[in-house]
Design a binder for this molecule. Structure first.
Ligand code: ATP
Ligand code: MG
Length: 445
């Protein structure tokens, strides 16, 4: 993309109403614009990040054997009356009436709708296990929408639902989700710690929340600092292996890590004092096993091996896709702007032309642009006729992991400058070597 033809409405000044850094930078970098309280338009740069996050979520869900689909945002009130949640859900649910007077609602989550699909089409234990998921907009009329996309009213969520013949099989699905989530967050450059949590209006006893530690997080958390040493890395995992998934769950959940709702002082005090931590965290996902709560209420049974009907065991599993855009910035920024992890960056690399209009500099930039594109990368070329200082400030603000700077002086010696956004370090390289280096970072050699 050439910046002169892009739509990147960056703001010079800090917006007054943004209290936390991710909100400030998302507005300043022209990623989002508030439409109403807690409702945002995703401008081109923000939309790209949202799509990158979504892509990773999809890839890791499919890798775990889960099946993508899409359910609507508007749901029928009658369906929610079957589970009893139409009344229970409270003021967070946006209730709507159509022209025929029929009750509808903008879905805050999808247990009822998916259970209805399941009971319509699945009747035998032979069709299990089954995990279906979608990534769709949700609406919750939050009392205090704030912090930009972190606590929106309309937000983008991945929600998945497993259907299993019994508790043991459903707990394997739970473990499988935990493992796939660990991989998902790490690919986004995040450490998200699974913590024992409370199930809230979804129901059920077994639940973990995934928290990214950050001072601006809304949850108070308590943990053994040893949990922060755990990383999933690129280990190969067989998602059908009950033992493997179980052992990873144990590895990542056996150390103390809880949100305030489930915090237990007595247990916490057993951790050696120097490892006890109280901090704040951002909830970026949650997994639940709730047994037959919805299948009992809505009559979702399958015929078991002995021919008798059994209610299916279910769980639901959510990832806050739009919240993640903010959470990643909270975890990765400096005083100049965002520092995107490679996995979610909107463009792979920036190209800054120090002297737009200089025939040699223009040609070198065009060539870099073409070659990076041919290597399967998306560069953002700042080809505007602007001061170098302004171009650098924009690149720093929007946080692309690498920048290639091209100027007549370097070109005289046959070099350009490759700079890392994170470390700030620069090196002089031939244009070909710079391209090869950027390509290698993204596995595009
Ligand atoms: P919270 O406690 O933050 O209100 P929740 O526990 O009610 O969230 P879940 O039902 O677990 O939310 O939804 C799954 C994920 O969706 C959450 O882990 C979170 O990342 C995201 N999410 C929930 N509410 C919002 C919101 N208002 N804005 C943005 N993302 C949200
Ligand atoms: Mg939650």
């Amino acid at each position: 993309m050439r910046l002169s033809r892009y739509f990147l409405p960056v703001l010079k000044e800090d917006p007054a109403d943004a209290q936390i850094v991710s909100h400030r930078y998302m507005l300043r970098a022209g990623m989002i614009k508030q439409a109403q309280a807690g409702i945002y338009s995703w401008l081109p740069l923000g939309f790209k990040v949202l799509k990158r996050i979504e892509e990773i979520v999809h890839e890791e869900q499919v890798r775990a054997g889960h099946i993508p689909m899409l359910m609507p945002t508007l749901q029928s009130a009658d369906l929610w009356r079957e589970s009893g949640r139409y009344e229970d859900y409270g003021e967070e649910m946006l209730r709507i009436t159509d022209r025929h007077g029929r009750g509808m609602l903008y879905g805050p989550t999808n247990e009822e709708l998916i259970t209805d699909i399941f009971r319509t089409h699945v009747s035998s234990y032979k069709d299990l296990p089954l995990t279906l998921y979608h990534i769709q907009w949700k609406f919750r009329d939050e009392r205090r929408p704030r912090f930009g996309v972190m606590r929106g009213r309309e937000f983008y969520m991945k929600d998945g639902y497993n259907f299993d013949i019994d508790k043991a099989a459903a707990l394997h699905a739970y473990n499988r989700h935990l493992v796939s989530y660990l991989r998902t967050y790490e690919r986004m450059g995040l450490q998200a710690i699974p913590m024992r949590a409370d199930s809230g209006p979804i129901g059920g006893d077994d639940t973990h929340e995934f928290l990214v530690l950050a001072e601006t997080g809304e949850s108070e958390v308590f943990y053994d600092s040893a949990v922060t040493d755990l990383t999933f890395g690129d280990r190969e995992i067989d998602y059908d292996s009950v033992a493997q998934c179980q052992s990873i769950l144990e590895e990542f959940t056996s150390k103390y890590a809880r949100t305030d709702e489930t915090h237990d002082e007595a247990l916490f005090d057993k951790i050696p004092e120097e490892r006890r931590r109280t901090a704040r965290g951002i909830e970026v996902g949650q997994i639940f096993y709730f047994g037959t709560k919805y299948s009992d209420a809505m009559g979702a049974t399958v015929q078991g091996p002995d021919g008798k009907p059994v209610p299916v065991h279910m769980g639901s599993h959510g990832i806050g896709v739009s919240r993640l855009a903010g959470a990643i910035i909270e975890a990765s920024h400096d005083d100049k702007g965002i520092i995107w992890p490679e996995g979610v960056t909107p463009f792979h690399c920036g190209i800054v032309n120090l002297k737009q209009g200089d025939a040699e500099a223009d040609a070198a930039c065009e060539n870099l642009y073409l070659q990076l594109t041919n290597a399967g990368l998306e560069p953002l070329y700042d080809d505007r006729d602007e001061r170098a200082g302004g171009k650098f400030a924009t690149m720093d603000l929007i946080g692309l992991p690498r920048r290639i700077t091209v100027g007549p002086r370097g070109l005289k010696n046959g070099v350009v400058e490759l700079t890392s956004r994170k470390s700030g370090e620069s090196e002089e390289l031939t244009p070909d070597a710079a391209i090869a280096k950027v390509a290698a970072i993204y596995g595009k050699e």
